[in-house]
Ligand binder design. Structure first.
Ligand code: GDG
Length: 489
């Protein structure tokens, strides 16, 4: 059944749809739901409020009809409205402006951001297309939730097209300090784009502060208790409204990961992984998208030095590093992969013995159950991000360790460090400090491991992703009601 005649009360918009195109051996094609915290959290409310998801289906240069995505982890279904992107838009809007301009700029300029006017033009026009699609399918007074940095112009375009909507925006990545954000040639347009929303959510209080400072410095608008009076724009016909911003740290489906951690099959698989590694006394783990923000090189440097200095021995310790392929057509990412693989090969060449690799390196993605088995197989998770909006891997590791028997080494530059305070917090730039902390994690008494993990598990299980989305949507509706009652008039 085509869904195109319908109008929807809740519309979620993200660059990438939570579905993947599948083509079978006989050439028949279909869609497979891709797992993810966001879609799991939103599934029940999508079902209840007649929801739709707007986004790109992952295949360029093809138009797809709307369809219904069935059979998620909670059995719910929702309507899907694919937005098409050309190969050129993929290069300019997505790989270019989103991933080679905004991503490095918003992550502390760890890599040099590139500013190209044709990329910006493409970003603008693609954002316009997403907004128009939403405007066509949203019911009168519907709630629209725009996700992430690829779509920062959507709130304003949408407010112009459909002033009746409640518009929320959530930024999954950091919002940079003013001194960095100010580099962006289109900095005012981005802020104005975001301010089209009724509610703008960030991962950390620090991100919200950075946003407020940028708005004040660049637009001359000051905020009072997290509220900004956005003036009318007579040129576009957009009326005045209040835009509220706040931090809403995202989380995971904690219950799902706890269940995985208790699943006998996964527990057996975890034992098997350790066995296949030669039953080392200690297993350390890193799981990251292969991205320069994740600090994989810093982690490898620290680990390599610990081996060189004889503070760690391959006879009783193994590091598993899973690097999930990511953005492989972007040049910086290709170079990073070469760098990491050279370093791994050097460390292994220097230290491995037959049957006992210093580092077990895996460059691929895994099914969710296998991820859980890796979490469970590890004694210590190393999260050494140089900058990270939140880092869900840290929370998933915590939720899976139902026996309270894992140690989390966590970068203070990851949003998760605001909540997981009994992790061993590190500055990944301080290699000596990182090395000492890894040794501390390896030597920690079981009682202390358990005490620290218990506190983190409580936090993750209380503040799960459902609470996050409920809190965001409730506040969004409240702010939008105030705006509709003309409080900003
Ligand atoms: C961005 C922000 C923020 C990874 N590999 C596999 C796999 N994953 C899943 C993990 C986890 C997710 O992907 C990764 O989330 P992270 O938060 O760790 O990192 P980013 O991808 O950079 O996400 C980040 C997040 O958005 C949410 O707001 O926390 O700061 O950068 O859920 O489990 N899942 C499966 N196989 C894999 O190989 N099944």
């Amino acid at each position: 059944m085509s869904a195109s005649a319908d109008r929807f009360d809740l519309v979620v918009v993200s660059n990438r749809l939570p579905v993947d195109r599948t083509v079978g051996p006989d050439g028949t094609s279909g869609w497979r739901r891709s797992p993810g915290g966001l879609v799991t959290a939103l599934e029940p409310v999508m079902e209840l409020s007649h929801g739709a998801w707007v986004g790109w289906p992952g295949v360029p240069d093809q138009e797809f009809e709307p369809f219904v995505a069935q059979g998620g982890s909670r059995g719910g279904s929702f309507h899907v409205f694919p937005v098409s992107l050309s190969e050129q838009e993929l290069e300019r809007y997505y790989e270019g402006f989103s991933n080679a301009t905004l991503w490095p700029l918003y992550h502390d300029v760890i890599a040099q951001p590139l500013y190209h006017r044709v990329w910006w033009e493409s970003y603008r026009s693609v954002n316009g297309r997403f907004a128009e699609r939403v405007a066509e399918i949203a019911a009168p007074g519907a709630t629209v939730w725009v996700q992430d940095y690829q779509l920062q112009l959507v709130p304003r375009i949408l407010r112009r097209l459909r002033p009746d909507l409640a518009i929320g925006f959530f930024d999954h990545i950091p919002f940079p300090p003013y001194g960095l954000f100010a580099q962006l040639p289109w900095r005012r347009q981005i802020l104005e784009g975001l301010l089209g929303a009724d509610l703008i959510g960030f991962q950390r209080a620090e991100d919200a502060r950075n946003f407020s400072r940028a708005v004040r410095s660049l637009l001359g608008l000051s905020s009072r208790r997290g509220t900004i009076e956005v003036p009318a724009d007579p040129e576009s016909g957009m009326g005045a409204h209040l835009a509220v911003f706040d931090d809403y740290p995202i989380s995971i489906d904690a219950h799902e990961f706890e269940q995985l951690g208790r699943d006998p099959e996964i527990r057996e698989r975890a034992r098997r992984i350790r066995h296949d590694l030669g039953d080392p006394h200690r297993v350390l783990l890193g799981i990251d998208r292969l991205d320069y923000t994740k600090g994989i090189r810093h982690r490898l440097k620290a680990y390599g030095e610990l081996l060189d200095e004889g503070r760690v021995h391959v006879e009783d310790t193994t590091l598993i590093q899973i690097a999930v392929p990511s953005r492989e057509r972007v040049e910086t990412y290709r170079r990073l992969r070469d760098d990491i693989e050279l370093t791994v090969a050097r460390i292994n060449g220097d230290h491995s013995v037959i049957g006992r690799p210093a580092i077990q390196y895996l460059h691929r993605s895994f099914p969710r159950r296998e991820m859980a088995a890796f979490y469970l197989a590890a004694d210590i998770l190393l999260v050494t991000a140089l900058r990270d909006g939140m880092n869900l891997v840290a929370k998933e590791f915590v939720a899976t360790h139902v026996d309270n028997d894992g140690v989390l080494v966590l970068s203070e530059f990851a949003g998760a460090s605001d909540e997981l305070k009994t992790a061993l917090l590190i500055n990944p730039h301080d290699i000596d400090g990182l090395k000492d902390t890894i040794v501390q994690a390896m030597e920690m008494s079981p009682a202390e491991v358990s005490r620290r993990m218990r506190a983190m598990r409580r936090r993750v299980s209380e503040d799960d992703v459902e609470r996050w989305s409920d809190a965001f949507l409730a506040r969004l509706r409240a702010v939008s009601d105030d705006n509709r009652q003309g409080l900003a008039a």
